[in-house]
Every structure is written in structure tokens, then in C-alpha cells.
Write a protein that binds this ligand. Structure first.
Ligand code: 13P
Length: 259
């Protein structure tokens, strides 16, 4: 069975001091609330990564960046390289988030280069894909998801499937309070797994964690996690409050315990 990953994407929220305060509480919480098949991850801003590393030093919490440069090093003002992230170290890095695609014109080709940088640096990428409302209404969802995933994974070799995580985030569900129904999400997740099986092998496809993202919260998490191909969540708003984030970790643990 695959693990459940409960991942918080904090976007442009929380100062280093707020990050530290949150993570100290979270570290305590995860000491008494854990399960070998439930992983917890947080993605603060670049500015807070170093402090966050210290705050979670003895805790079983994964640390992620929210983005990375597609370049190795050099004259790229404002950018952070995969090598720099690896030196902290960070465990994971989100790439291709729809906000980066929309506000920074990132293409699948850019995301593919970032992916290659991360894999070469030993950081696990969380590759975000998902359709807009217009694309869903035009019944283009499946085509969009396939194109994005094939573009992001172009020339990417996988040995086990454990090297990457995929997050299906329908753009219309992000920050809107509207969540995809479990049926809508499962339909796309199962397509993603079938595509991975075609691109790699069934064995590899069965290992890749596929997260759902888009207004996931304590009240809808259980039913989403009940879907066969949903292996956790990439959570925005509901990961910013310690109570709701801890509640979501509890829900994942209960799911694994079969409660
Ligand atoms: P919300 O949970 O706020 O909808 O954000 C989802 C997201 O974009 C996570 O990357």
C-alpha cells in the first residue's frame, strides 16, 4: 500500500517567526500523533526554510520549497537553485503550481527543466497539474492533464516511482472553497496512474503518490482519501491554521488505522 502524504503549501504566508511558532507546535503534535504510513510535509517560503529546518530537527516532518530555478547557477537575480535547496537540506519541492503557470508564464518545458534539476540534486519534486474551469467546461480536462504530465515528464527516467509525487490541482478548486467531488478527482487520478503505467510500468505507476489539491479541508478530506488513487493532499488555506492542519493529519492516521 502507498503512504498518505499530508502536505501544506503555505504560498506567500507566514513570516519566519510565525513559521517557527507553528512548526514547534506541529513538531510536538507529530511526536504523539504518527503512523508509519502517514507522511507530513510543510512548504514555507524560501525565507523561512533554514529556520524551519532547525524547528523540525527532531521531528518526523518533511520540508519542501515552493519552487526552484530551472538554471544551475549564475546571473539569475532572485532565483534559488536546486543545489542550494539540497544544501539545507530540503526534502521536496513543489513545481508547476498553477499560480506559477498563471502569474509567471511557466510552461511544461520550464517545469521539466526544474524537475531534472531537482532529481539531479536528490530532492523529490511534487509536480502540479490541473485544468482551468474553461477547460473543464469544454470537456478538455483529460487532454489537458495528459499533455501537462507528458510535457513535465519528458525524458525523465524513473527507477522505482518513489522519486516523484504528482499533485492534481484543478485550478477552479484552488482557494475557491469549491472542491472537486471524490468522483471527479478519482476519475483524473486514475487517468494519471494509467498514463504513468503507459509511460513507465505498472509497478512504477503503483508506487507514485498522487495528491489532490483544491480546497481540501477537514470536512472533505476523509471522502477524498477514500478514493483508490488519492494518496493525500496538497493543502493551501487549511494548512495555515495549526488546528485544521493537525486535524487533517489525524484524519489520515485514522484512515490508515482503518477507523
Ligand atoms: P487551497 O487548499 O487553498 O485551495 O490551495 C490548494 C493549493 O493550491 C495547494 O497547492
Amino acid at each position: 500500500m502507498r503512504n498518505i502524504l499530508v502536505a501544506g503549501n503555505w504560498k506567500m504566508n507566514k513570516t519566519p517567526a510565525e513559521t517557527n511558532e507553528f512548526l514547534q507546535i506541529l513538531a510536538e503534535f507529530t511526536k504523539s500523533n504518527q503512523h508509519p504510513e502517514v507522511e507530513v510535509m510543510v512548504a514555507p517560503t524560501y525565507l523561512s526554510l533554514s529556520g524551519a529546518r532547525d524547528a523540525i530537527a527532531d521531528a518526523n516532518i518533511l520540508l519542501s520549497a515552493q519552487d526552484v530555478s530551472k538554471n544551475i547557477n549564475g546571473a539569475f537575480t532572485g532565483e534559488v537553485s536546486a543545489f542550494m535547496l539540497a544544501s539545507l537540506p530540503v526534502d521536496m519541492c513543489i513545481i508547476g503550481h498553477s499560480e506559477r503557470r498563471a502569474y509567471h508564464q511557466e510552461t511544461d518545458e520550464t517545469i521539466n527543466r526544474k524537475l531534472q534539476m531537482l532529481l539531479a540534486s536528490g530532492i523529490k519534486p511534487i509536480i502540479c497539474i490541473g485544468e482551468t474551469l474553461e477547460q473543464r467546461e469544454a470537456e478538455e480536462t483529460m487532454e489537458v492533464v495528459i499533455t501537462q504530465l507528458e510535457g513535465c515528464l519528458n525524458d525523465v527516467k524513473l527507477a522505482t516511482g518513489d522519486e516523484i509525487v504528482i499533485a492534481y490541482e484543478p485550478v477552479w478548486a484552488i482557494g475557491t472553497g469549491i472542491t472537486a467531488t471524490p468522483e471527479q478527482a478519482q476519475e483524473v487520478h486514475s487517468l494519471i496512474r494509467r498514463l504513468l503505467s503507459k509511460l513507465y510500468s505498472n509497478e512504477i505507476a503503483q508506487k507514485v503518490l498522487i495528491l489532490y489539491g483544491g480546497s481540501m479541508k477537514p470536512t472533505n478530506m476523509d471522502e477524498l482519501l477514500s478514493c483508490g488513487d488519492i494518496d493525500g493532499g496538497l493543502i493551501g488555506g487549511a494548512s495555515l491554521e495549526i488546528e485544521s492542519f493537525c486535524k487533517m493529519i489525524e484524519i489520515a492516521i485514522e484512515k490508515k488505522r482503518g477507523v
